[in-house]
Design a protein around this ligand. Structure first.
Ligand code: FCB
Length: 448
């Protein structure tokens, strides 16, 4: 058995997002978001589930914070719902919305937990979508104003700010693959959305600095790890394209101020390009304090002509899969972290999400014995440790998720929580994985 100790100042945390946990969709002056619209559209979400009630954290946040405190985390990542602050996206500020997050933030601080706030975790006010959403530049102005209002209200209390959660999902998954809200299938639109979100990120960072807000600011990209099935140049190039679509397309502008040329060319051959205006690339590449990485899985694949968008066909080489069907490939986390460090230098890295979907429910003893989730965490913590030991500036890790919640297009069918949510009674029951993580945090390490 090997003992793996983490640095004493390593930030352990858990993560959630507003639409996935809050519920109270029509309370507190909240305006509708694109996820209200999308989840009500037949066929878009499994079982027709919506976030109307979700985990009811809008009313039960004190219980959630008590669970966090008992877990021993140093930080909690959650998101602010733009439509609670500005129900129409622009215009009047809804004080009730600000008050709600003020209570959450104060309770966290009282519990000794650092708030880590995501400004945009996908719930765009529907009123803005009606005017073109992230497909039009005016949404950038609206976002920066929203951010400014939130900075004014909570600047100084919040330790870490994340502008956007997973720009790949906001753009390609939602506007090209049509799987998430608003559900479009248009490559040029997705490229435009990606670019506008990146510019909005840069302008928000600039605003943050101008306002002299205390705290750190960064953004979160979701990385995918694709490896070539063989070392043939065709397989290598196909894997590089697919990986680049998820990784470099977002990481390069954010940290280098350029789009990767091999993909610019590839997208051009499909008739799509980023609508870059003068000054945009400098804006996007504002210096940030950390980069957030969401990471779940990796795969192997090979070149196959005219297959998918990148002539890349995944080959199942024998990974176990979680209940949502994602490969369990812990070493890909280490490889991705190494790649970030080797490519982008010494910028501090936080894993802002990592976790596994296993749908275990209570056993006859009333407990939730989610052994596979424990294995997943143990193996991924090991890869984090290995990365730190190899010199990667990994500063913290947020487990996705504190509790089972509304898993977007999968509705309530897929459970990622370390706390079980009973959706009938809304009671929360810590799973065995919760106690496993509690011990890791308390000891600042684990035996493997
Ligand atoms: C990520 C999302 C998060 C959650 C996990 C499972 O893509 O950021 O909200 O749904 O996947």
């Amino acid at each position: 058995m090997a003992r793996l100790d983490f640095p004493k100042d390593f930030v352990w945390g858990t993560a959630t997002a507003s639409y996935q946990i809050e519920g109270a969709a029509n309370e507190g002056g909240r305006g509708p978001s694109i996820w209200d619209t999308f989840s009500r559209t037949p066929g878009k979400v499994v079982n027709g589930d919506t976030g109307d009630v979700a985990c009811d954290s809008y009313h039960r946040y004190e219980e959630d914070i008590a669970l966090l405190k008992k877990l021993g985390v140093k930080a909690y990542r959650f998101s602010i719902a733009w439509p609670r602050i500005l129900p129409q996206g622009t215009g009047e500020v809804n004080q009730e919305g600000l008050d709600y997050y003020g209570r959450v933030i104060d309770k966290l601080i009282e519990a000794g937990i650092e708030p880590c706030v995501t400004l945009y975790h996908w719930d765009l006010p529907q009123a803005l979508q009606d005017q073109g959403g992230w497909g039009v530049r005016s949404t950038i102005d609206a976002f920066v104003r929203y951010a400014e209002i939130v900075f004014q209200a909570f600047g100084g209390k919040v330790k870490q700010w994340i502008t956007f959660n997973e720009t790949w999902c906001i753009s390609f998954l939602s506007n090209y693959l049509g799987i998430h809200a608003p559900g479009h299938r248009d490559l040029q639109l997705a490229m435009t959305v990606a670019h506008h979100c990146l510019v909005a990120h840069g302008r928000t960072v600039r605003k943050f600095r101008e306002m002299g807000v205390k705290g750190e600011i960064g953004t979160t990209h979701n990385l995918a790890w694709c490896e070539p099935y063989t070392d043939s140049p065709e397989d290598v190039a196909a894997a590089q394209r697919t990986r680049g679509w998820n990784n470099e397309w977002f990481m390069d502008p954010t940290l280098k101020g350029t789009y990767p040329q091999f993909l610019v060319d590839w997208f051009k051959s499909k008739g799509a390009e980023a609508p870059i205006q003068p000054g945009d690339m400098e804006t996007i590449a504002q210096k940030i304090d950390f980069i957030g990485i969401n990471f779940y899985t990796g795969n192997y694949g090979r070149y196959r002509k005219d297959f998918g968008d990148f002539d890349y066909e995944e080959v199942q080489v024998g990974f176990d899969r979680t209940d949502i069907g994602w490969n369990v490939y812990p070493e890909s986390l280490f490889k991705a972290l190494k790649w970030v460090h080797d490519t982008y230098g010494e910028i501090p890295i936080y894993i802002t999400e990592n976790g596994a979907c296993y749908n275990d429910g209570p056993s006859p003893d009333g407990k939730i014995h989610d052994e596979k989730r424990i294995d997943y965490y143990r193996m991924h913590f090991t890869q984090c440790h290995r990365a730190i030991a190899s010199g990667v500036p990994l500063k913290g890790y947020f487990a996705w998720s504190l509790l089972d919640n509304f898993e977007w297009a999968e509705g309530y069918a897929m459970r990622f929580g370390i706390v079980y949510t009973n959706y009938e009674t809304l009671t929360r029951t810590p799973k065995d994985s919760y106690y496993f993580i509690q011990k890791v945090i308390a000891e600042s390490g684990l035996d493997v």
